[in-house]
Design a protein around this ligand. Structure first.
Ligand code: FMN
Length: 188
């Protein structure tokens, strides 16, 4: 498709049965249907060590972190699923973002970023989503304001991984549509 924006998708949980990976997959499908090319990264397949200054001094940026930096650079937009641990984003998500900011050039600058969140709890991880958005603003991203937080996410998907409730499908669709529209307009 002409002017297909390129979107990179990843989740702050690498867990095999991750609810955030399921929500991300639903949003990715809708984002592709809205006309984008989407690349999905699973940190189970791209393990990145915990940031530590001595490690960086000794070996530089780890190869997998560099792969993520290159992928972000090659895409105009991002969709990130941000799980919630103790009302914060997960250490995995914070860690991969921290490594990316050690590149010579901040790869996040000017990207369009959507953040979604899923939790078995009643708030759907909204605090984590808000903090992840705040961090991405700090790094120079344009944030997609449309919101998709998924409470009681352990009951939200059918056997095929589709969102059962119309309200949740509409929220996911809203994020996908706006992500594609804004990446076309603003994405580098
Ligand atoms: C250390 C820890 C802290 C958690 N704190 C919260 C929390 O503050 N809010 C919340 O909604 N869920 C919390 N949870 C539950 C997670 O939302 C739940 O485990 C979720 O399934 C994790 O995301 P995932 O399914 O994508 O791996 C916590 C889980 C862990 C392991």
């Amino acid at each position: 498709m002409a002017n297909s924006p390129r979107i990179l998708a990843f989740s702050g949980s690498a867990r095999r049965e991750s609810l955030n990976k399921k929500l991300l997959a639903a949003v990715v499908e809708l984002t592709r249907a809205a006309g984008a090319e989407v690349t999905v990264v699973d940190f189970k397949d791209l393990p990145i060590p915990l940031y530590e200054g001595d490690l960086e001094d000794a070996d530089g940026i780890p190869a997998n972190a560099q792969k993520l930096i290159d992928l972000i650079t090659q895409h105009g937009g991002l969709v990130i699923a941000s799980p919630e641990y103790n009302s914060q984003m997960t250490p995995l998500l914070k860690n991969v973002i921290d490594w990316c900011t050690r590149a010579d050039e901040n790869p996040f600058k000017g990207k369009v970023a959507a953040v979604v969140s899923a939790s078995p709890g009643m708030f759907g991880g909204i605090r984590s989503m808000t903090l992840a958005r705040q961090l991405l603003v700090h790094l120079g991203c344009h944030i997609v304001p449309a919101q998709c937080v998924l409470p009681q996410a352990d009951k939200a998907f059918d056997e095929q991984g589709a969102l059962k409730e119309e309200r949740n499908r509409k929220n996911a669709q809203g994020v996908a549509t706006e992500l594609v529209r804004l990446t076309r307009l603003l994405g580098p």
